[in-house]
Design a protein around this ligand. Structure first.
Ligand code: ZN
Length: 279
């Protein structure tokens, strides 16, 4: 089945994570062999955002990136970080603002600080005109209120690694957001609720992602030696989503790639050598 999937797009992989330091080239080769056409590298702080933008600048046909400050580290954010973030967001290789959002699951940073940093990203999104790469955990109501207030001024966004309720899903869809699904859905325990509601995502709002090195799909038949997730396992995420929705995985893969190109305006970055279908 794999060889028939033309050009998948992983909209969220943390490939600047130290877990990929020793074999980055092999990981990229593995992704290409698994029919991935493009990967959007997630930036979660200034260092990872700059590293991701550099990779995306060097290989624009295969990588683009996001730039943002993750809610977990809100308490460490400085005004200098925002100055550097603005420079990054002007880079054409950077296609989205984020990750940003609210995470009250562990409150690594106080909610008050998370709100301030999230609001600053939302304000930036109004002027930069790039979509948002959003993270929300156990914070739906406040996150939704804040996002709603900016809805008419932002250029859309994706609620990445969606794991919330049907009600939250409907709220985000009503705001025009795309929904990113990770290997969370491959977890027979905590992913059950997501399996039950993933068919409520209209096919033209669905995006797929690995969130590598996190969230290794538990459904992989051939268990890898390490727990590290990689973009090559995007095909597993796709096939589980397709099974839950009773849809053809090849078709759904193409649809999600088209959605990614639309939301992140990827075709606008096209160069003479830039072709999603060639690897
Ligand atoms: Zn996240």
């Amino acid at each position: 089945m794999r060889s028939e999937i033309p050009g998948l797009i992983d909209i969220g992989a943390n490939l600047t994570h130290c877990a990929f330091k020793h074999d980055f080239k092999d990981v990229v080769a593995g992704a290409k062999a698994a029919e991935l056409a493009h990967i959007i590298l997630t930036g979660t702080d200034i260092a990872s955002s700059e590293a991701a933008a550099k990779l995306a600048g060097e290989s624009p046909h295969f990588f683009s990136s996001t730039s943002g400050l993750h809610p977990h580290s809100s308490q460490n954010v400085t005004s200098e970080d925002f100055a550097r973030l603005k420079v990054l967001l002007a880079n054409p290789a950077v296609v989205a603002i984020g990750e940003t959002g609210l995470d009250f699951n562990r409150n690594y940073s106080e909610p008050r600080m998370q709100r301030g940093v999230f609001e600053a990203h939302l304000e930036l999104a109004c002027t930069i005109r790039k979509p948002l790469f959003l993270h929300q955990r156990d914070a739906h109501s406040e996150f939704h209120d804040m996002l709603s207030a900016f809805r008419d001024q932002i250029s859309g966004g994706v609620v990445h690694c969606f794991t919330d309720s049907l009600e939250a899903l409907r709220d985000y869809l009503n705001l025009g957001m795309y929904i990113g699904i990770t290997g969370w859905i491959c977890d027979e325990r905590r992913g059950q609720a997501l399996q039950d509601i993933v068919n409520y995502v209209p096919h033209d709002r669905l995006l797929i992602e690995t969130d590598a090195p996190y969230l290794l799909p538990r459904t992989l038949r051939k268990k890898p030696k390490s727990r590290r997730n990689e973009p090559k396992y995007l095909t597993e995420v796709l096939s589980i989503i397709a099974a839950c929705r009773n849809e053809d995985a090849n078709w759904l893969g193409m649809v999600t790639a088209k959605n990614a190109r639309t939301l992140f305006n990827l075709d606008a970055r096209a160069t003479a050598t830039f072709n999603f279908m060639s690897r």
